[in-house]
Design a protein around this ligand. Structure first.
Ligand SMILES: Cc1cc2nc3c(=O)[nH]c(=O)nc-3n(C[C@H](O)[C@H](O)[C@H](O)COP(=O)(O)OP(=O)(O)OC[C@H]3O[C@@H](n4cnc5c(N)ncnc54)[C@H](O)[C@@H]3O)c2cc1C
Length: 290
């Protein structure tokens, strides 16, 4: 069950079987103006069944959200052996739901106030089941509950996901820090600036790279404790450059970063070239360093 079923470039969606991999979709979308934003670093081998099962995200989740934000429909086998499609369930009034889903509906309705107010106010939470928004407009919507449920509620056999228009331009700031507290402070200040991605390469990872890749060893200063990769994207190249410059100025004026480099690509196609070389995801873009 690892096939791509369909990419619809006009209606911006694709359908696949659960064993289809993110890396395969990236290759299939190359040259098109669409992309699937929640890109886990394991994307080359992560399957869409597994990505839905873990509600995966990537470094760009700060702007683009998680897999649950992109699911349109799924076909699921329940423990009863019954096959359901989520679009069919959401179309049914309460009376026409199967008995087990009626129970779920009632359970939510009884506890809805507690459910909607008790989750911590954070952007990404994959702990436990996501019960929020389970009943909307008197209809049972299972899409978010199943995302991150790790196969415990049913086995997904077919998936349909929304695709997003690919931004034309981007910029990247690579900042090295002396300690983790400084990079954490920097993240708090950069988030309100609207980055499309933030990822940390922390101490142990940098150490592994230094020990195992002689080519990269010289490029990572020995005294750098961790590195933040901060990305901006959008339709306008100049805006992306300015946003990167603002981050640079912020980090310099606050004295937070030990070293800062910028990379700006004026054509998104450079990402595809980088992806071809095996650097999947947002940070494959080498761009123009200045
Ligand atoms: C090096 C590395 C980097 C990673 N980086 C990230 C990251 O950046 N972001 C992130 O979110 N995660 C990351 N992960 C975690 C994980 O790789 C991802 O969440 C990925 O989406 C899991 O996909 P998989 O195909 O490996 O799924 P699996 O590990 O095979 O499955 C994941 C879960 O989904 C369930 N599942 C799988 N298929 C189905 C199905 N058909 N129906 C119902 N349930 C199913 C499984 O039971 C399991 O509970 C990383 C992991 C590694 C090893």
């Amino acid at each position: 069950m690892n096939r791509l079923i369909k990419i619809d470039g006009d209606k911006n969606y694709f359908e696949c079987e659960p064993g289809y991999r993110f890396g395969e979709l990236e290759a299939a979308l190359r040259g098109k103006d669409l992309f699937f934003p929640p890109a886990p670093s394991s994307g080359e081998y992560a399957t869409f069944g597994g990505m839905y099962g873990t509600n995966a995200s990537g470094s760009q989740s700060v702007k683009y959200g998680n897999v649950a934000d992109y699911i349109l429909d799924a076909e699921v086998v329940l423990s009863s052996g019954n096959l359901i499609t989520l679009s069919d369930i959401v179309a049914r009034p309460y009376d026409r739901l199967p008995e087990n889903l009626k129970n779920l509906y009632t359970l939510y309705a009884r506890q809805s106030q507690k459910i909607e107010t008790s989750y911590p106010p954070i952007r990404y939470n994959s702990s436990g089941y996501n019960l929020r928004g389970l009943v909307q407009n008197d209809r049972l919507d299972l899409t978010r509950l199943l995302a991150g449920s790790e196969g415990t509620l049913g086995i997904v056999t077919r998936l349909k996901f929304r695709l997003a228009p690919k931004p034309l331009h981007d910029s990247l700031v690579v900042a090295g820090f002396d300690d983790i507290v400084s990079s954490a402070k920097a993240v708090q200040k950069i988030l309100p600036m609207g980055p499309s991605g933030i990822e940390i390469l922390e101490k142990s990872l940098l150490q592994l790279v230094r020990e195992n890749d002689p080519g990269l060893k010289d490029k990572i200063p020995g005294d750098v404790d961790n590195i933040l990769l901060i990305e901006f994207d959008g339709p306008d190249a100049q805006t992306c450059v300015h946003q990167a410059q603002e981050v640079q100025q912020l980090l310099e004026s606050e004295g937070l970063a030990a070293s800062i480099r910028m990379a700006v690509s004026d054509e998104r196609v450079k990402k595809d070239i980088a992806a071809d070389r095996g650097c999947s995801g947002a940070h494959g873009s080498a761009g123009t360093v200045f």
